[in-house]
Design a protein around this ligand. Structure first.
Ligand SMILES: [Zn+2]
Length: 204
C-alpha cells in the first residue's frame, strides 16, 4: 500500500465513529380516516416506531396540542375531532423537532433521559444534549376548509372556463354557475392542495 493510502486509512480510523442507524429519517405520511367527528390515524404505530419514542408520549402530545380526547387502539390512534393530514403532519414535525432531533447535528439518533426531574434529549451520534423545554403550545391553524362542509364566499373573479373563483385563506375555490360579485353559499366537493372545488348551493 502506498503512503497516501496508508495515511488515509489511518486518518479514517481516527475519525470518531458515528453511531446511529444511518438510514434516512423519513417519517411515514399520516394515513387518516375521518368517520363523522372522529379521525383515525391508521399508521400511528409505524410513525411512533420511526420516531423511536413511546406511543403514549407521542399520543399525549398530540391530544394536548389538538385539545381533544382520544385513545390508542392497537396500531391506530383515534381522535375525537376532525383533523386534516396537514395538521397532523405539522404536529408530528413539531414533536420531532422538540423530542427527537439533535439540535447540534440534526440527527434523529437520540434518546430522552430524565435526570433531576429535567427531561433531557441526548444525541447518540454526536453526544450533545439539551433540556427539552416545556412546551409552549404549537399554534395549529386548522385548515379553513373541509370537504363536505358549506361556506359563504364572495366570487371575486371568473376563470377561463367560466367557473367563479373565490378566495378563502390559502384556498382558491372554483364554483360553477355563479357570477362575479355574487356572495354565495357553497359546498366543498374536493380539496387538492390550495385548490378547492365546490358546488353552488344558493345566492345569499
Ligand atoms: Zn447530535
Amino acid at each position: 500500500m502506498n503512503d497516501y493510502l496508508a495515511n488515509l486509512d489511518r486518518a479514517l480510523k481516527q475519525l470518531p465513529e458515528i453511531k446511529g442507524s444511518g438510514e434516512r429519517f423519513v417519517i411515514p405520511e399520516p394515513k387518516l380516516l375521518t368517520e363523522g367527528r372522529t379521525t383515525v390515524l391508521e399508521n400511528f404505530a409505524s410513525i411512533a416506531d420511526k420516531l423511536n419514542r413511546e406511543q403514549g408520549h407521542i399520543f399525549k402530545f398530540l391530544l394536548r396540542e389538538l385539545g381533544t380526547a382520544g385513545k390508542i387502539d392497537g396500531s391506530r390512534g383515534i381522535f375525537q375531532k376532525r383533523i386534516t393530514s396537514g395538521v397532523i403532519t405539522e404536529l408530528i414535525n413539531a414533536y420531532v423537532k422538540e423530542y427527537v432531533t439533535c439540535s447540534e447535528c440534526g440527527r434523529p439518533d437520540t434518546h430522552l433521559m430524565k435526570s433531576e426531574r429535567v427531561l433531557t434529549l441526548r444525541c447518540d451520534a454526536c453526544g450533545a444534549h439539551r433540556p427539552v423545554t416545556k412546551r409552549r403550545a404549537v399554534i395549529v391553524k386548522e385548515d379553513a376548509l373541509t370537504e363536505g362542509e358549506s361556506y359563504d364566499v364572495r366570487i371575486d373573479a371568473v376563470g377561463s372556463k367560466g367557473d367563479g373563483i373565490a378566495k378563502k385563506d390559502k384556498y382558491t375555490i372554483y364554483v360553477p354557475g355563479v357570477v362575479k360579485g355574487d356572495t354565495v353559499k357553497i359546498k366543498i366537493k374536493k380539496i387538492t392542495g390550495n385548490l378547492a372545488f365546490a358546488d353552488f348551493i344558493e345566492k345569499i
